[in-house]
Every structure is written in structure tokens, then in C-alpha cells.
Write a new protein. Structure first.
Lengths: 388, 537
């Protein structure tokens, strides 16, 4: 294993399969949506394109949680906050793109500011008309918050459930703040009524497909970054921290620095997920900061299998597909029972999640096969001796 | 309408009083005043109204009410005043007996204009100043203090003469002082005396009154007023602090009530129970069901509904808690993060179950009579429900401490907390203690639900609002220490209420959350951390 080529180490079978599948979806869905005539059996509706794009963003959020929970053992219940902050940064860019096409036709101020009788743009809105500045903020704002938060938390060795609880308090505090009108982010209505992104209409089919493809690419890139981190020597230290933090510290590793780095990277990824999510959904509001959202994202990871990366994405897809399926039908009142049952069932009966359980089963299978062949080998030399 | 108008009124009232005081031989002031209604002149009517109001005659109130409603009739020829009742019967205003015989043919309604309406309002005020019920007199005097209507001054003075109840007399004096201060033609000595009364009263209204005094007062009056303003301001600041403390105590006790069960499950057992808020919610719904049954079957028992609900809520929530511990949590000991997720799932299921059973809307839970209302204590208003909740919290806390300290179960709980293996080795059935401890924590959450049903909306989301706050309290106070929870809850409650006036409710809450996040960095185990190695396990 140690001698394997870095690329081979990076792309094991599961990862390759994952990237191939993701690529296939990223190509097939736009093709089937744009090229197949409506009514054809192969046609994919635009609704599905948007839905799938949303799942991809959730998958990216789950991936970011898996990186820190699965490999460093930090259960953040505040990743929804990083996701939402990235979303708000993108939302601010999209708001500025509306220009004078808003209800109040103010070329600079978004509608809600005109409505609140504000005369000028607050300073923290400066620059968001520039796409690249906005994208920088998508990474920077969640990253900076995570860095500052993590710097305080890890340095004073806040771990385990305490960390979970204060991350939850963090997202709760942001929730309360963003609900306020005078915070300057649209209060409880949030940011919506987007028109253009980079000059393309966000509602148009082509833009939706482009956003889907972009989301898939972002997911793939982030996946590779995560793989690179966890398969490197650095990643081994992370797993060491997860399994025996004190021992790792006693071996001379600076645990805080490792944690802080991964936490910040993870927050940036969550921010990217939020930024891609907003133009596809068409709205960002403070509800995204709700502590419940972050916990739900954690359960996607648990369902798919933490510490597997692919499992996190799979979990996000499975749970969210189930959510869409059940909440849209007559079964809607029972969805929360199912979600609650999923939380309980996964932790009790499938603690390793789908991928983890599958890997276990395969490993068990391989063990058995190995044992069988070993038995056979053991039996083979035994025969001559019996003949003697 | 300015000073002139007031003066006219004062004059009118004065005339009325003179007439009243003169006491003509043949009849009382009331009877004399009646005649004035028959002249069909607004000014005469005004005098009559004032005179009637201060006459103390029991017929005064119905007469003025009739005038207000356009039911007062007069006959100029016969000099007769009649009250027409709502069902068109005529009553003789002089005797109060039904009017016999044919009504005079020139019967007409006594006319009322805007100015007269003002006089009538003042008269109504004066009338209630004489009301037989002291509470009504008290309220009325307060009303006069706020309105400072000069027209009522004679009525106030007359009421002062006959008033026996001390607290009403005090307010009447204050009302008189307020009127005198507001009037232009009061002598300096009277003003200074009046300022004394206002200073003694010392509330927000007094301050407003003192600050509204004109600038060109004589120097000695000005000095007295400034001195009084300072005293009142100091007084108000003091009461404001007391009020904030009280609100903080009230909020702190609610936090404590919600967190105390969590302090047991999280603090003593180390179990993260995200469904704790739902135990509170279940307790509140038990209260609702109890009240519902009482309302439909035993309406007489309504005042006892909370007393009935308390044990039921405790038992129900405890039973649910034990069921959760036996079916889910015991398999997850030693895996806190997974316990967190599983109990979150349980909370979703419980919420949805209640939503399906009772509907998503708020349920009406009534306050028993002994919990509604309020009383004044010095400068603050104390509502009974807050007061009872603080008391209740104190009782629950004390009972819990006593239970842990003095009962066998408490002893075994502490033993298991401190050293599970040793406890098991000396024959304590640790699994049973785990279940009972969890049941106890949940049961106390149920009790909290009964209390919170009195001040919060009873809906499936009730528990959600408390769960984060409760965790903050427990973590801030120090895990595994009930006293820490007490101090934590009260500190956070009081800090929140003292921040609110400066920052608003939401920002105060955010500030508190940020403070706790920073505090945990400094003291990761809370204010009163357990010392030793046990906590690392």
C-alpha cells in the first residue's frame, strides 16, 4: 500500500466509480433535457434538472461534513451556517445583478433596502456586483468564520459534544441575527427574485443545466481535494486524532493546527455548496441557518457512511430523494416519522452507514474467501502427510 | 381648547360648589341644580352637571349617564327634569320614582355640545371619586392624576374631605398636587407643597409632570422642582434595576426549570438528550388534556387543574423517558455523538406524533384564577403567574437536591455517576439506575412543561424553543453540578434582561450566545467544573 502510486492511492475503486457516475449524470441529464424533445420517453424535465442540481449541492455539503466528522471526529452542528453564508454571498451578487429591474427600480439598492427607506448601500454590500469578488467572499466568509471559531475552540480543547453544542449555538445566533431587518440581509424574507447570473437568465433551461454541470464539477473537485487530504500522510494524522487525540498530541503532532486546517477547508466547501445552491433554488433566507438543517445534514452522512466520502454524497442523495418523494405525496405527514426513524435506525442498526456496511460485508466476504483458500492450502500439504 | 376653556370650567365648577355648599333651606344642592337643566342654556347645563356630580346624591350617576346618551328630558313650563330609561319609561329626576301622569306637552331633550361633553367627562370622573367601592375610587384618582384636569379639582378636594381609606387618600392628594402644579395661578407655596407630594409618589408619570413644568418659575419653586426631579430619577433608576432583576429572575427560573432535567441526563449521566425539549412539550400537552377533561366534565375543578396535571405530567414524561432509555439510549452509551443524532430523531418523531394527534396549531391552556392578575410592589408590577413559576422552580430544585442527597435512589445515582464499576461491584443494579435517572430527568422536564404551558404557546414546537437555551445553561454552569445549573440559569436570565433595554431582545440573546461560546473557550467545563479524572472518561 505504501508504495502505491499517489494517483492510484487517490482513486481507489469506489472513488473512480463515484467520479464516473457523477460525470455520467453531469453529461446525461443536460443532454436528455436539452436535446430530447418534450414528451419523448428519454426527456428529462427542467424540474428534475433543478432538483438534481440541488441534491448535488447537498452532496457537497455532506462531503464537507464527512471530511471533519468521518476523519477528525468533529461533529459540527453548524455547517448549515457555512452553507448559508456562502449562499448569502452568492445571493448578494445576484441581488446586485437585478439592477433597476426590481419593483422599485432603484439601480443600486435592492428592493428590501428601498422598502426599509435606506438611502445608501451598507459598506458590506460594496463590491458584490463583481462576480469574482463575490466568489472570493463565498470562500472567505465561511472560511474566516470557521478559522476564528476553530482557533478559539480547538486551542482551548473544546471537543466532542461540547463542540457540537457550541457550533449549534453559533448557527442559532446567526439565525437570530439574519432574521433582523437591520442586519442588512433582507430580514426573514431573505434574498430572492434573482434575474441574471453572469448575464444569463437564472430561470432559463440552459443556465439551469450549466449550473448543474458546474455543481457536479465543484463536487468532483472537492471530492478529489478531500481524497487527497485523507489519503496523504496528513490524513493519517487526522485519523490518529480522531481515534486517540491525546496520544497523537503526545507523539508531538500539533493537533489544534491539523483540526483548524481541516475545519476551515470543510467550511469553505460548505460555502461553495451554498453558493451553488442559491441560484438553483432561487432564494436564500435565514431559515437555512436553522440548527435542524445542520443536524439533518449530519444524518445524511451517517446514513451514507461516515469516513467514506462517497457515502456522504450517497447519503445526501438517498435521504433527499426520499424527502422529495414522501413530502410531495399523501404520505407527507409521515415523513418526519420516517426521518426520525432514520436517525434512530441508522445509529442503532447501521452505525457505519450504507457504504461502511457494504465495505464490511465485502471485507467479511473476502476474509471468508481468504480463509477458505487458506484452509484449502492448509489441507493440501496435509494430505501428503496423511499419506505418509 | 386652552387655558381659557379650563378656566371657564373651573369657574363653572366653582359656581356649582358654591351653590352646593350654600345649601338652600328648601332643598339640597342636587335639587337646586336640577332647575338649571330646564333653561335650555349650555352654560346653565354645565353648571348643573358639575353641581349634580359633586352633590353626592345617588341619582347623580344615572342622570349624567342619561344626559350623555340624550335621554335627559326637561319641561321648561313645569320646571321638571325627567330621565327616560332605555325602554322609554320616564323617571322623575328629583325623586327617582317613576313619573306618574301625563308627560308635559313641551317635553324636550337637554341638548349637549362639545364643551359640555368635556364637562360631563369631568363630572363622571368626579362621580367615581365618590363611588362606594374604594378600588374604583383609587382607579379614578389615578385617572385624575394622569389627566390633571383642572375642572375636577373641586371634586378632588371634596373627595379628600370625606376619604377614609389611606391609599386612596394618598392618590387623591397626589392628584390634587398634579392639578395644582399644572394650573397657572397656583401660589409658590402651594406649588412647593404640591411638588413634595409628587416627589413622594416618584414614578414615571411624576417625572414627566415635573419635567413639564414651565421654565419661568420662581427660584425657590424651581429649586424644589429640580430637587424633586433628581430624587424621582434616582428612585426610578433603582426601581428599574429591581424590575430588571425581577424579570431576569423570572426568565432565569424558566431556563432553570427547562434545564434542570437536562442537568441530570446530560450532567449526571453524560447523555445528550436532544429530545429533552419534547419532554417539556409532552408535559404541557398533559396540562392541556387535563384542562380539556375538566372543562367538559368537571368545570368546578378548573382551579385545581395544574395541581392535577403536575403528577400526571411527571409520570407521563418519566414513562416516555424510561421507554426511550430502554429502547434506544442504553445501546448508545459511550457514543455521545450518536446519542445526539438518535435523540434528535426521537424528538422529530415525538413532535410529529403530537402534531398528528392534536393538530399543528397552538392549544389553549388557561390560567387558573390564582395564577392570573398582578399586583404592585413598590414601583414594579408583579404578575402572579411569574411569581408562582419562580416559587415552583425553587421547590422543584430543592426537592431534587434533597432527593439526590437523602434518598437511597439518590445515593445510588451519585454512586453510579462517580464510579460505575465500583457501584456495580457493591451490588447496585446500574442499568436500573440509568433508566430511573433518565426517567427522573424526563419527569422534571414534564413538570417544567406544566409551568411553561402557563406562559408560552402550547404547540408541537414548544420544546424546540428551549433546547438550545437549556444546553447553554447546563454547559455554562458546569456539567454534573446542579448548583452550577442554578447559577448558570439565573446569571443568563438576569444578564439577558439587563442587556435587553440597550440592545433589544434579539441582540441581547445573540450577545449571550456569543458570550457563552467565548466562555466555553476559557473554561471548557463550565463555571463549576468537576475536578479530577472522572470527566475525561
Amino acid at each position: 500500500m505504501m508504495t502505491a502510486h499517489p494517483l492510484i492511492r487517490l482513486l481507489d475503486r469506489g472513488s473512480t466509480l463515484f467520479l464516473v457516475l457523477l460525470g455520467a449524470f453531469a453529461i446525461a441529464i443536460p443532454v436528455l433535457n436539452l436535446l430530447m424533445p418534450e414528451g419523448s420517453a428519454l426527456h428529462v424535465s427542467t424540474y428534475f434538472v433543478a432538483l438534481f442540481g440541488k441534491y448535488v449541492c447537498y452532496g457537497l455539503l455532506a462531503l464537507s461534513i464527512d471530511l471533519i466528522w468521518g476523519y477528525v471526529g468533529i461533529l459540527s452542528l453548524g455547517h448549515g451556517a457555512f452553507f448559508a453564508l456562502g449562499g448569502y454571498a452568492m445571493g448578494m451578487y445576484l441581488m446586485r445583478q437585478i439592477g433597476d429591474r426590481g419593483v422599485y427600480a432603484n439601480p443600486i439598492l435592492p428592493d428590501f433596502m428601498v422598502f426599509l427607506n435606506w438611502s445608501e448601500l451598507p459598506f458590506f454590500w460594496y463590491g458584490f456586483q463583481n462576480f469574482f469578488y463575490a466568489m472570493l467572499m463565498v470562500l472567505l466568509v465561511p472560511g474566516l468564520l470557521a478559522f476564528v471559531f476553530g482557533w478559539f475552540a480547538f486551542r482551548s480543547r473544546v471537543t466532542g459534544v461540547y463542540l457540537s453544542i457550541i457550533t449549534q449555538a453559533m448557527t442559532y445566533a446567526l439565525l437570530l441575527g439574519f432574521f433582523r431587518n437591520n442586519f442588512g440581509f433582507g430580514g426573514n424574507n431573505g434574498l430572492t427574485d434573482f434575474k441574471d447570473i453572469l448575464g444569463f437568465n437564472v430561470q432559463a433551461e440552459g443556465t439551469r443545466n450549466a449550473l448543474l454541470v458546474t455543481s457536479c464539477i465543484a463536487l468532483a473537485v472537492c471530492f478529489l481535494i478531500c481524497r487527497a487530504i485523507v489519503t496523504s500522510k496528513f490524513g493519517k494524522v487526522l485519523i490518529g486524532i480522531r481515534d486517540a487525540e491525546s496520544r497523537t498530541r503526545f507523539l508531538g503532532y500539533r493537533v489544534e493546527a491539523y483540526k483548524l486546517f481541516v475545519f476551515t477547508v470543510s467550511a469553505c466547501m460548505a460555502g461553495v455548496a451554498g453558493a451553488l445552491y442559491v441560484p438553483q433554488v432561487g432564494i436564500i433566507n435565514p431559515g437555512e441557518f436553522a440548527p435542524g438543517n445542520s443536524i439533518e445534514a449530519a444524518i445524511w452522512v451517517a446514513v451514507g457512511g461516515r469516513g467514506t466520502l462517497t457515502g456522504a454524497v450517497l447519503g445526501a442523495f438517498v435521504v433527499n430523494y426520499a424527502k422529495t418523494f414522501f413530502t410531495s405525496g399523501a404520505l407527507a405527514p409521515y415523513w418526519l416519522f420516517m426521518l426520525g426513524g432514520l436517525f434512530i435506525g441508522t445509529t442503532l442498526f447501521m452505525p457505519r452507514g450504507i457504504i461502511g456496511t457494504y465495505n464490511n460485508w465485502r471485507a467479511g466476504h473476502a476474509d471468508k474467501a481468504e480463509a477458505r483458500s487458506a484452509e484449502a492450502k492448509a489441507a493440501a500439504p496435509a494430505q501428503p502427510s496423511a499419506a505418509e | 381648547m386652552g387655558k381659557f376653556h379650563d378656566r371657564i370650567l373651573a369657574f363653572a365648577v366653582a359656581i356649582g360648589l358654591i351653590v352646593a355648599a350654600a345649601g338652600f333651606a328648601h332643598a339640597g344642592p342636587y335639587e337646586d341644580a336640577l332647575e338649571k337643566f330646564t333653561t335650555d342654556e349650555f352654560s346653565d347645563t354645565a353648571e348643573a352637571v358639575t353641581a349634580v356630580a359633586t352633590s353626592g346624591n345617588p341619582l347623580a350617576a344615572p342622570l349624567i349617564a342619561a344626559l350623555q346618551d340624550g335621554r335627559l328630558q326637561f319641561s321648561a313650563k313645569d320646571k321638571k327634569v325627567l330621565i327616560k330609561t332605555a325602554d322609554d319609561k320616564l323617571i322623575d329626576a328629583e325623586t327617582g320614582k317613576p313619573f306618574a301622569g301625563t308627560p308635559p306637552d313641551d317635553l324636550d331633550t337637554v341638548r349637549v355640545n362639545n364643551r359640555l361633553r368635556g364637562v360631563i367627562d369631568a363630572a363622571n370622573g368626579a362621580l367615581t371619586l365618590m363611588a362606594p367601592d374604594p378600588n374604583q375610587r383609587y382607579e379614578s384618582a389615578q385617572q385624575v392624576f394622569k389627566s390633571r384636569d383642572a375642572a375636577v379639582l373641586p371634586a378632588v378636594e371634596k373627595a379628600l374631605e370625606s376619604e377614609k381609606v389611606a391609599r386612596v387618600k394618598k392618590v387623591l392628594n397626589e392628584a390634587r398636587a398634579a392639578i395644582l402644579l399644572a394650573a397657572d395661578d397656583t401660589s409658590a407655596a402651594d406649588r412647593i407643597a404640591a411638588i413634595e407630594f409628587i416627589r413622594a409618589r416618584g414614578d414615571q408619570d411624576s417625572l414627566a409632570l415635573l419635567q413639564s413644568l414651565p421654565a419661568d418659575l420662581p427660584a425657590d419653586v424651581r429649586a424644589a422642582a429640580n430637587g424633586a426631579i433628581k430624587t424621582v430619577e434616582r428612585n426610578l433608576a433603582l426601581w428599574n434595576t429591581v424590575q430588571n432583576l425581577w424579570y431576569g429572575l423570572s426568565l432565569g427560573s424558566v431556563l432553570l426549570l427547562a434545564a434542570i432535567g437536562l442537568a441530570i441526563t446530560f450532567g449526571v449521566m453524560g447523555v445528550i438528550n436532544m429530545a429533552h425539549g419534547e419532554m417539556v412539550m409532552l408535559g404541557a400537552y398533559v396540562t392541556y388534556v387535563v384542562q380539556d377533561v375538566i372543562r367538559t366534565s368537571y368545570p368546578g375543578l378548573f382551579d385545581y387543574s395544574l395541581a392535577i396535571a403536575l403528577p400526571l405530567a411527571f409520570i407521563f414524561s418519566a414513562a416516555v423517558g424510561i421507554a426511550i432509555e430502554r429502547s434506544v439510549i442504553r445501546f448508545l452509551y459511550g457514543r455521545p455523538l450518536e446519542t445526539l443524532l438518535a435523540t434528535w430523531g426521537i424528538s422529530l418523531v415525538l413532535q410529529q406524533a403530537v402534531r398528528v394527534a392534536f393538530g399543528p396549531t397552538n392549544k389553549e391552556v388557561g390560567n387558573p384564577s390564582w395564577m392570573s392578575g398582578a399586583f404592585d410592589l413598590g414601583g414594579i408590577l408583579i404578575t402572579y403567574n411569574r411569581m408562582w413559576i419562580i416559587l415552583f422552580t425553587a421547590i422543584v430544585f430543592a426537592a431534587l437536591l434533597a432527593m439526590l442527597r437523602f434518598t437511597r435512589l439518590g445515593l445510588e445515582m451519585r454512586a453510579v455517576t462517580q464510579n460505575r464499576q465500583m457501584a456495580a461491584a457493591v451490588g447496585i443494579r446500574t442499568a436500573r439506575i440509568d433508566a430511573l435517572t433518565f426517567g427522573l430527568g424526563s419527569g422534571i422536564a414534564g413538570l417544567a412543561g406544566v409551568a411553561l404551558s402557563q406562559i408560552d404557546n402550547v404547540s408541537p414546537n414548544l420544546g424546540q424553543g428551549y433546547i438550545i437555551d437549556s444546553f447553554m445553561v447546563v454547559v455554562f454552569g458546569g456539567v454534573g453540578n446542579l448548583w452550577g445549573t442554578l447559577v448558570g440559569a439565573l446569571t443568563l436570565g438576569i444578564a439577558n434582561k439587563f442587556l435587553e433595554p440597550f440592545a433589544g431582545a434579539v441582540l441581547a440573546k445573540i450577545a449571550i450566545l456569543v458570550f457563552i461560546i467565548l466562555f466555553i473557550q476559557k473554561r471548557p467545563r463550565g463555571m463549576f467544573a468537576l475536578k479530577g479524572r472522572a470527566i475525561e472518561a
